[in-house]
Design a protein around this ligand. Structure first.
Ligand code: WTA
Length: 679
């Protein structure tokens, strides 16, 4: 939910000190020494990251922490060689975790008679090792997958997704996971951009008691790819829901048939990867119509994940870790799969919806597996807190010791609800901020700081030691406490993106060019710092919106809708929503000869579903207008549109874009307001 500074101000002064703050990770002096918000020296920062890197296994030890000779193309742990699959399985086994549970998976279907999930699967580290080796072997020997190749995964929340991720890591190949809520068209454009010849998918999966057919979306996407000249050689299909699908004999292959004749003891030595290699790409939205492929490293990414698992989550041997994010987004990559596995924890994966069959499904999962560390999204908390508290009270959640949220700002009310209902007011809790580009958590509240830094409801806390952040004005100068500015990262950090795949110039332009004379990483967020130095991220400062935590580019929505034959123009912005955070409002101008109607609105929604996917289409509000208000130079007056949807008055938009007469703006304001009110 995009917040104003005012929404938080009264909490700047608050300090919650839970009665038994047991976690001892930090001491004040250590925190201060390395906390980059202070004056930590370059040497101290490098020592700090070296200390974390030393806790990880390296196939060949690095000889330099940071190479910053070609900024902003920073490289970490120079000369070091490692591999994410090695860290997540081989190394865990060497450390004695062979028979420890690595993954607990729960399918959505519910057994009404037994009052328990119909399907639960548990995998040890050794299971994970064996299965991923078998898949690796099949990919390598049968399909010729090699180092550097990119495979696209369009998979639901089933164990095969982490299996395949680890399998490609073994080979030094890369994955591009596309969230299963994207449409065929969105999938196809990502496949084409990455040049994948192999797509891995499932027949279907369960969502709110229904089967979603994934394979048919892939079939559609493959057609688009082939029309654009990219031949998809193989579609590997995991049998999950048993739904009927169409089959192309030359191209499609069942996952179970692919591995059927692979020796069960198959072993594929891992590819040694250094600072110039990549582990994966992940498409994310920005301010233009084309998604950006964020490319991540191997060693630096692993160190950042490992360190944040320890710092923010205080990961210990017997922790059961549950991050509720879909693996299709960065949070799932980092904190469902790689983070918990390289720290040797047990990670929980749930296939379905939080309110199926009843709104206590999640609380039951925490109870069933004794979850200790929980990482979730504000939108889910807001959805679940609308139900009677009995749903939570019914379950024993006393194992929980740390609960953080991610994806968007959390309003203090939702924070206090979960602090009380999930945590009995005795947990460490905060809103841990980061983004696809950062690879791992950058700010949050640290267990172990105890009375030095009390909790404040809704805060993003401090940056992790070793990373410097700031809140700055348009010129890159630090804003005084309490004043809103742009949230920036002012020093490199280990898990940072390496570049944008195939587009280094866009990497420089999108992230490193916002401020004259200052090489700061521009996050695209607004934030404010309070007088104690706590960060409060307020929401996006650009044309990216967060719908139920999902990152959507409004430009993508606009250009998709504008391809509809009846649409002349569209302007999309986010509207604050009490549960979803934001929902898209699309002001739409129809071409001559077409007139607005509820049927037409439905058709456009269907079109959105086909072009972008249900994540946008389900919540979109379409408001038909005669014209979208523009400045004389032709730019859409977004600020005016935002003011209207947020219910601001004309007075709140007094300084409009250049060249807009106030009368003109007023007229536009009234027209779009009435279009919106007719909704
Ligand atoms: C927002 C998700 C406030 C922010 C990991 C950021 C947050 C965008 C928080 C990145 C938080 C993420 N508090 N806002 N704790 N975490 N955001 O790439 O606007 O899907 O820029 O990565 O989510 O979204 P992305």
């Amino acid at each position: 939910m995009a917040q104003s500074v005012e929404a938080y101000r009264e909490f700047f002064e608050s300090d919650i000190i839970p009665p038994s703050w047991k976690h001892k990770v930090w001491d004040k002096e250590e925190f201060k020494k390395f906390h980059a918000g202070t004056t930590a020296s370059r040497e101290a920062v490098e020592q700090w990251w070296a200390k974390w890197a030393d806790e990880l296994f390296w196939l060949k030890k690095w000889n330099k922490v940071l190479d910053d000779s070609k900024p902003p193309f920073y490289r970490w742990f120079i000369g070091g060689e490692t591999n994410l699959a090695y860290l997540a399985t081989d190394w865990q086994i060497e450390k004695g975790r062979k028979n420890k549970l690595a993954l607990i998976w729960e399918g959505e279907p519910w057994d009404e008679t037994l009052q328990q999930p119909k399907e639960v699967k548990k995998f040890t580290y050794y299971d994970l090792f064996r299965v991923s080796n078998v898949i690796s072997y099949a990919l390598k020997e049968k399909l010729g997958v090699r180092k550097g190749e990119i495979l696209t995964f369009y998979l639901p929340m089933i164990p095969e997704l982490p299996f395949y991720m680890l399998a490609v890591q073994r080979l030094g190949a890369e994955h591009s996971v596309v969230f299963s809520g994207f449409s065929a068209e969105s999938l196809a454009s990502r496949v084409i951009d990455s040049g994948s010849r192999i797509i891995v998918t499932a027949d279907g999966f369960y969502r709110r008691g229904k089967i979603v057919n994934l394979k048919s979306i892939v079939d559609e996407a493959v057609k688009i790819c082939e029309k654009e000249g990219l031949k998809i050689e193989r579609v590997i299909v995991v049998k999950r829901a048993g739904n009927e699908i169409t089959w192309n004999l030359d191209r499609d292959m069942w996952h179970h048939e692919l591995i059927a004749d692979v020796p069960t003891k198959a072993y594929v030595p891992v590819e040694r990867q250094n600072e110039s290699d990549a582990s994966f790409i992940l498409y994310t939205s920005g301010t233009t119509g084309t998604p950006k492929a964020v490319q991540h490293s191997v060693g630096g990414y692993a160190v950042g994940l490992y360190a944040t698992m320890k710092m923010l989550f205080d990961a210990k041997e017997d922790d059961i870790f549950w991050c509720t994010a879909d693996v299709g987004w960065i949070t799932g990559h980092s904190y469902v799969v790689y983070g918990p596995l390289i720290t040797g924890l047990t990670t929980v994966v749930y296939e379905g919806s939080p309110d199926y069959p009843e709104p206590d499904r999640w609380w039951g999962i925490i109870e069933r597996y004794g979850v200790t560390l929980f990482y979730t999204a504000p939108t889910a908390i807001r959805m679940l807190m609308r139900f009677p508290e009995e749903y939570v009270k019914k379950h024993d959640l006393s194992t929980l010791r740390i609960v953080h949220t991610v994806g968007e700002p959390i309003n203090p009310e939702a924070f206090l609800w979960y602090f009380k209902n999930l945590g009995k007011e005795d947990i460490v809790a905060s809103s841990a901020w980061w983004m696809t580009e950062t690879g791992h958590i950058i700010t949050g509240h640290f267990p172990g700081l105890g009375k030095i830094f009390p909790l404040k409801p809704g805060t993003n806390g401090y940056s992790i030691p070793g990373v410097r952040v700031d809140v700055v004005d348009d010129d890159g100068n630090t804003c005084p406490p309490g004043v809103r500015g742009y949230f920036v990262i002012t020093s490199p950090w280990p898990g940072m993106l390496e570049t944008l795949y195939k587009n280094p110039q866009r990497y420089i332009d999108a992230y490193w060019s916002r401020f004259k004379d200052k090489l700061y990483f521009y996050t695209g967020d607004f934030a404010v710092k309070d007088k104690d130095g706590y960060i409060w991220v307020l929401g996006r400062a650009d044309d990216v919106i967060k719908v139920a935590g999902h990152r959507i580019g409004t430009a993508e929505v606009e250009s998709a809708l504008a391809r509809h034959p009846a649409v002349a123009e569209a302007a999309c912005i986010g509207k604050t929503d009490p549960v979803k955070g934001q929902v898209p409002v699309i002001f739409t101008v129809l071409k001559k000869g077409f007139s607005p109607s509820p049927e037409f609105e439905n058709e456009l929604k269907k079109y959105l579903r086909a072009t972008i996917g249900p994540i946008v289409a389900s919540d979109a509000i379409i408001a038909f207008v005669e014209a979208v208000p523009k400045t004389r130079s032709g730019k859409i007056m977004r600020r005016l549109l935002r003011a209207v949807v947020e219910g601001a008055t004309m007075g709140d938009v007094t300084t409009l874009e250049d060249g807009v007469a106030i009368e003109e703006a007023k007229k536009a304001y009234e027209t779009i307001k009435s279009a919106l009110e007719s909704k």
